[in-house]
Design a protein around this ligand. Sequence first.
Ligand SMILES: [Zn+2]
Length: 620
Amino acid sequence: MKIFEEIKQVLGEGNIEKIELEGSEIIVYVKSKEIIINQENYVKEIVNKIKKRVEIRAVKDLLLDEEEAKKKILELVPREANIKEIYFDRDSCIVYILAEKPGLIIGKGAELIRRIKKEIFWSLKIERLPILKSTIMENIRKMFIAESSFRKNFLNEVGKKILKEIKEKRNWIRIIPLGGYGEIGRSCTLLETPKSKILIDCGVNIGNFNEFYPIFNLDEFDYNLIDAIIVSHSHLDHIGAIPLLYEMGYDGPLYMTEPTLHLSTLLWLDFMEVIHKSGLQKFYSIHGIKEAIRRAVTLKYGEVADISSDVKLTFYNAGHILGSAICHLHIGEGLHNIVYAVDQKYGKSLLLDQVNTVFPRLETLIIETTYGAKEDKMPPRKEVEKEFLDIVNKTMERGGICLIPSFSVERAQELMAILYLNNFQHPIYLDGMIWEANEIFSAYPDYMGKTMRKLIKEGKNVFTSDIFKRIGSRQDREKAWEDKPCVIISTSGMLTGGPAIEHLKALCENEKNTLIFVGYQAVGTLGRKIQRGEREILLQENGKQVPFKINMEVFTSNGLSGHSDRRQLLAYIGDINIKPKKIICCHGEFSKTQEFANDVEKIFKIKTFTPINLESVRCI
Ligand SMILES: [Zn+2]
């Protein structure tokens, strides 16, 4: 292979033991101490030549004995880093260090890490230990260790496929919408390039069991021919059907950020339970989830990765939820560039910075239109927070309980941050998976916005505060109902299931209480019905439909959304550093999508498209 020849030229053939592939990364095992010591310069030189990601590792013979290496690491790293675990992967010549403060191992300008490498010759991978113990994260880590030889082979195969010289299969690039176009839910986009097929997101429509999955039964969609799946973020309308694809037989890689992998696993497991309990339909099993995790490849923001023979992927912060990404796809050698900015926030929240606006190149922009209509105007963030706190405080004053149905990921943590930073004095109960999500959040301060990172550094960490109480059982729930006044934040966010329903039954008939909606309520959900004014509802109790009256105050807080509103979407299009040639609008109720697209054409003079599912758009 030409690339390998270039590497041999730089490093000298005699110094190389073997070259392996780990997905898009090329791993070169070398026998020369000099190369290991000066590896940064060598890597730079190679990357300049071949434009691929390269890592240099020492061969086994050069590695310092494991016990000695461990001693050396503990000697060089300051105690405050709080190393919890050191383990060695001899097959890959990597030492993993799990620590509370990984920054202290890396050192200023990566100085310390360089020094350690020079002494022990092992490659170093440093992981942050979550402040809260997370079972999900621990299990995934254990699974990766147990499956390391499977993953090594798998990634090698993926890498070979990426580097394989293949002929063009077609001379066009097109976007085939399989779900989430002209609607919200089951987001799924098939991208066809001259040499490959990439799937972006694969969600479910939780509000509509008749159109639950993306549309898979068309000739263009053959999972055997899909090179890669990209996941933008861990909401069910973007990830819900992914384990199903693995059960159907897809066995390729799944690209996402690390927080997205952990949060998605949490949501998949929970969703599987919910679906199985409801008996609504046969869905995926634990097998599908495991297969997805085994083949997950995580990327950091800004890291460029080849994911097929003609597509390079880069994730950027989307500002939507922890780990959420907008995807930049560079196709061919400068042939075409697509940015998939579906679910994004052009505005700062307490937890996250706003969505990225700077790209190396861009021709086609795919953008959400959840709040794209003229009436979708969110008030300024500060006002929204004040109004939210006012409603909560009023309920507290009259001795009531605030029930806030919320997504377990991001919205709940955003509410926690608002209450915590405003010195809220009453108990705050968290029910559903919010606690498990908090554990994952606590592990990723690096993925949070500047404000939050600064607060955490100053010791003000919302995730370790004791004003929050976990509800883990029916008894805890009953205790919370007695502990008036208080706030209960509970899943699910649209009242489609989960413990929020139990809370609703217990609290809805008392007018002292308040129900606060803080997120989008999809058509067909109970949340939407109550939000639209229905005050007599039927809920399942002991297998029967029982009527309940909604006497509690109902309030909707609109501006807490993790989505851009219309004004922000328009500002975003105007502020991106490159004016796109085409804009494809999706992820919105059809009328809103159309209204938004028309206005974009008028304002920016850019050609827009509003396809519904299956109406493909040709990029070139
Ligand atoms: Zn989302």
